[in-house]
Design a binder for this molecule. Structure first.
Ligand code: ZN
Length: 333
């Protein structure tokens, strides 16, 4: 689902918003957020009247488009946000002055996630209001009558079992729930002060190699060139300035990168250890293997999608890597 995020009315916290959008795009794969600047109907008024906005804004009615407007202006009903099934307004008014920490970007991540799930459910605000908990239980669908209560939702960062059941009942796709839960996990960690560094366009490459062997060449002439053409940074442990132990460097590299590519081959336990680490951290992992090795993969990995190529054919490998990220992650050439 593609969601446009507009900021208008001279919104000054552009960097925080960019940071939030980068993290949102980096932590999950189902929603794709595009940040844009534009004037809107909000710009002309002093405070925002939601009802007026829903009736006046021509953008709202465009079919198949999902739009979120971010503004520093306050709502005249003192709410933080309002959402309909295709558009939403999030106000940052007073957050940094009265409520932070958590910092503004975390607040935005949480609010944007809330709008995204509502778009996915195709719910209007009235229907959503029937679903929410009247007093807070630490669920994303709590009613936050008191603005302080939203901080509880950010720290617990969860969808409760009852609401999850409701969502399934509404027919929401499992991938969408999974993506929202990934965002909530991020929000929860950040809301209690954990620094999450996540580089949206970084791919960490795990492989064992020596200079100019098949793995090294597949990296140089296949994987790295393909990623660079897409605007993804390829990082291999040898390209990281290594001040500590290698394992620590690799662990950090995996943690911080959005993507992990693992070149699997026979009998290298380190590679499988690092693969397990990446999977455990919920990274988007791509396995690559020479075609003749695929039959020897450990049984746990047999059903995992693995991109294969003919040994020595780096052009084939490069093409497949590019196609994979174009098809699955909104990259283009
Ligand atoms: Zn709930």
């Amino acid at each position: 689902m593609i969601i446009n995020i507009y900021y208008c009315c001279g919104f000054r916290k552009e960097n925080k918003l960019k940071l939030a959008v980068n993290k949102l795009n980096g932590i999950q794969n189902y929603f794709f957020f595009i940040l844009k600047q534009r004037e809107s109907d909000l710009c002309s008024s002093r405070k925002i009247n939601w009802l007026e906005f829903t009736q006046s804004n021509s953008l709202n009615q465009k079919n198949g488009e999902y739009n979120i407007f971010i503004t520093e202006k306050a709502f005249d009903d003192n709410w933080f946000s309002h959402e309909e099934s295709q558009y939403a307004i999030i106000s940052t008014n007073g957050w940094e002055k009265h409520f932070a920490p958590p910092p503004l970007n975390v607040y935005l991540e949480y609010q944007i996630a809330q709008a995204a799930i509502q778009f996915e459910l195709d719910l209007d605000e009235a229907t959503e209001m029937r679903m929410i908990h009247p007093s807070p239980v630490g669920c994303m669908f709590d009613f936050c009558g008191d603005k302080e209560e939203i901080k509880l939702g950010m720290k617990t960062g969860a969808i409760c079992q009852k609401c999850k059941g409701d969502l399934v009942g509404f027919g929401i796709k499992p991938e969408a729930i999974d993506s929202i839960e990934r965002i909530l996990e991020l929000v929860r960690a950040e809301a209690i002060g954990k620094q999450i560094v996540l580089n949206k366009d970084d791919a960490f490459i795990v492989m064992r190699y020596s200079q100019n062997d098949e793995n090294d060449n597949s990296y140089r002439y296949g994987i790295k060139t393909a990623l660079e053409e897409l605007g993804i940074n390829a990082i291999r442990a040898d390209s990281v300035i290594n001040s500590g132990q290698l394992l620590e460097t690799i662990k950090k590299g995996i943690e911080r990168s959005r993507f992990v590519i693992v070149k699997v081959d026979s009998e290298n336990l380190n590679v499988y250890f690092e693969l397990g680490l990446a999977m455990g951290l919920g990274k988007d992992v791509l396995l690559i293997s020479n075609r003749d090795f695929i039959f020897q993969l450990p049984s746990d990995l047999k059903n995992w999608e693995c991109l294969t190529y003919t040994t020595g054919n780096y052009e084939e490998l490069s093409k497949k890597v590019k196609q994979y990220y174009i098809d699955n992650y909104h990259y283009s050439l």
